[in-house]
Design a protein around this ligand. Structure first.
Ligand code: SF4
Length: 402
């Protein structure tokens, strides 16, 4: 069996890195195909922060393929809840490619969804995906390389979660299957239902080409609150698993696939799937110069703040990111009003335990509704930062009055 090939290129001019990485690969024939360019544009945020895919990379991919193939190009994503798709693309610097009349910009959530069956899925047997599904012949995944607090790392396969219709993405965070987890735990200690669900998607999502954008990668608290690290690197392959394995080898030398459990599960689905970088041919052969160790995602976000007590049980990254950003953006205010003896208490997610809640615990998000009488409930999915701050200020006022 031939080993999969992963092509790497580094250049401060990231367009040139894209060209080099793609030149080094034997590409599929995309003539007469409808191609979905699927970057990671999950949030309304500025470009080159390592949160969304760098628009320069996507434009370079489009220009390259458009010169080589007579194809129809779609560009789209389905961002996190409460995020306007077009606004997210525009804020992330995609206006140039959106305005190109050879690219059709699509909001993947615009059409009614299509349900796909996953008979072999361990934990999901069917899933609602974008209504554009039947129009797409080929998927090109163009993720940004980032560490991820729930999944270890978010790379070319995890990026395809954006093909899931609207809120059905969130359902993956709330699956419960203790028997499956118990069975897998001895070999993959970090396994969660979410990882199993993502790996099940590999039965239906099969990207023809992946181009991992590591122009600016995200270390630490991914998917949206870490630090951007300039790597000027592009990793491309027709084998998504191989590309993701090499991305890990470049950035977390001490990790193996069990640190990114969904990839570990996918690697075990087929005998011929690569299991480590030893099963992959890279171009160039020596990848040492591309290596850049990234900080791993923290296991809890309370470590940093001794005056914040965060309980997060089965929360999805939207609520976690909101809370992380809230803490980062308001740390002076929080330090002024809270101490380690009298901390700001926050709880998010569906799996809370009543005994950990106090009267002043902020219960953030609709998932905490069942506990609304046990603390201060803030509705929304996810509530916006300004609403949460208002509630915090109000609760402080009440504390003073008392
Ligand atoms: S309330 Fe928060 S944790 Fe619950 S589904 Fe919405 S975003 Fe996710």
């Amino acid at each position: 069996m031939d080993k999969p090939i992963v092509s790497l290129a580094r250049n401060e001019n990231i367009e040139l890195a894209v060209i080099q990485a793609l030149d080094q690969l034997k590409l599929p024939n995309f003539n007469n195909k409808t191609i979905l360019l699927k970057p990671n544009v999950g949030r309304e945020t500025d470009p080159k922060l390592g949160i969304n895919t760098n628009p320069d990379v996507v434009l370079a991919v489009f220009n390259y393929l458009n010169k080589k193939f007579k194809a129809t190009f779609l560009l789209g994503d389905s961002p996190i809840i409460n995020t306007d798709t077009k606004k997210a693309f525009l804020q992330s610097g995609y206006s140039k490619i959106i305005e190109n009349d050879k690219v059709q910009f699509i909001d993947l959530d615009r059409l009614p969804p299509i349900t796909l069956k996953i008979p072999k899925g361990k934990i999901i047997k069917e899933i609602k995906v974008t209504g554009y599904w039947n129009e797409i012949d080929c998927i090109i995944s163009i993720p940004v390389l980032k560490m991820h607090m729930h999944c270890g790392a978010s790379l070319s396969f995890k990026n395809l979660k954006g093909l899931i219709y609207k809120r059905d993405k969130i359902k993956l965070h709330h699956l419960q299957s203790p028997e499956i987890i118990e069975e897998l735990k001895p070999t993959i200690s970090k396994i969660k239902e979410l990882d199993v669900a993502i790996s099940d998607l590999s039965y239906i999502f099969k990207p023809e080409l992946v181009i991992i954008d590591a122009s600016y990668a995200l270390e630490g608290m991914g998917p949206s609150s870490g630090n951007a690290v300039k790597m000027d690197t592009i990793i491309a392959s027709t084998n998504f698993l191989a590309a993701d394995i090499i991305a890990i080898a470049l950035t977390r030398e001490d990790w193996s696939l069990i640190d990114v459990p969904h990839l570990k599960l996918i690697s075990e689905l087929e005998k011929e799937n690569p299991k480590s970088f030893h099963d992959i041919i890279t171009i160039p052969n020596n990848i040492q110069i591309f290596k850049r160790n990234l900080e791993p995602p923290p296991t809890t976000i309370t470590i940093k703040y001794s005056n914040v007590n965060l309980i997060s049980e089965q929360a999805c990254s939207a609520c976690l990111s909101t809370v992380t950003n809230l803490l980062q953006n308001n740390i002076e205010f929080i330090n002024k009003h809270y101490t380690s003896e009298n901390p700001l208490r926050i709880a998010i997610g569906k799996g809370l335990n009543e005994s950990n809640l106090y009267q002043d615990t902020l219960l953030i998000g609709n998932c905490t509704f069942n506990f609304k009488d046990k603390g201060i409930f803030i509705k929304g999915c996810t509530p916006v930062e300004s609403t949460i701050i208002e509630v915090i200020k109000k609760s402080l006022d009440n504390r003073i009055k008392l």
